[in-house]
Design a protein around this ligand. Sequence first.
Ligand code: AMP
Ligand code: GLY
Length: 435
Amino acid sequence: MSALENPIDILLLGSGGREHALAVKLAASPHCGALYIAPGNGGTLAVGENVALDANDPVAVADFARETGCGLVVIGPEAPLVAGVADAVREAGIPCFGPGAEGAQMEGSKLFSKQLMDRAGIPTAAYGSFTDEVSALAYVREQGAPLVVKADGLAAGKGVIVATELEQAEEAVRECFDGAFGEAGNTVVIEEMLVGPECSLLAFTDGVTVRPMATSQDHKRALEGDKGPNTGGMGVYSPVPIVTDEEHAAMCAVMDQTVAQLRAEGIDYRGCLYGGFMLTANGPKVLEFNARFGDPETQVILPRLENDLVEVMLACAEQHLDEIELSWRDEWAVSVVLTSAGYPGSYEKGKVITGIEDAEAMENVTVYHAGTAMTDEGELVTAGGRVINVTALGETFEAARDLSYAACEEIQFEGKTLRHDIGLRALRGRAGWDA
Ligand code: AMP
Ligand code: GLY
């Protein structure tokens, strides 16, 4: 591994809890020199240097990386990927962790990923796709409820409507074509509703070799009992206890098949491919792909990863991932998200946060910042909807869960809100899934 004789400087793009977790793991590597985070948050300040840079501007990012002599650029969120930032960085001769604009279509266009799955014979929900309201509504009436209506493009996690009634599905179609999701809704994908537990499987890939990570499961709904609006994620655990060996093997095969298909179609995908699966009675089926690490999935996956993250990411970027085997800690990980009251609707910012040191003083607890900022007076305040992720490791799922909740008690800010049932359903086991 020639590139690793000396530490390399690294530029990481993004500002969420995912990026704090990536920053902590990158900074822990002896191969990491300077670590720049653009724009970063109140937590990334402690492990690197936050820089004001438009992460979605390919030229600005490539210029910054070149001028500072970075040896690796790591892209956290989807928007820079879809904007072609990875292409610009690679054109500048700098290794980049993250697919180019073409590969990012796996997330940037639901239709692109559905069509690719069709060509590869990958199990996914049956669907139709439409560019006009009249034919979409005709299809909805022909199929009948339940149906899932999806805006094709990036819609900040809001473009998916699971409609149990026909009227809901019709309303969702009208919303998409009325511009509720901007250009993302110009094309609408309408899917069969799948049922079962969900499970995410992320994988490192260099475009040829695929190394699956540990399984994880997010909780997207805002309220306990999986009620209320969808959010960016309220809590997560890893691994997923209810997955059978057979299902795990099937999901790994899908990740392999997907990268092979991308490659066969001339797409050199280097980075993280995120597979979101529904574990149906007929085996795992793909709900979606993301072209990046999950947030908050990263906050439970990386603390369990024993490898040096700089080595793994460089191996993806420079296409020698075949030289690396991943290894995982045996402990379970649970992460609970502390949010600002009102999220995912409107919420207040600028609330002083206390108690993080007390939480972190607890053994096996790590606090990742998401929507936090440091004021000029050096006070840590809330600056977003999802504020803090409290990750705990434990010998058992239950121990990790209890520890995470105990650590959550230590952290205070006005309007602090959390779900108290993260992981509860999985703890009851597969038999009790729908109980
Ligand atoms: P997506 O962004 O495509 O993963 O969709 C967000 C969420 O919507 C998923 O995590 C599922 O809970 C749900 N969902 C998406 N597609 C389907 C489907 N075909 N059947 C049932 N639920 C779905
Ligand atoms: N937690 C879901 C996502 O990152 O897309």
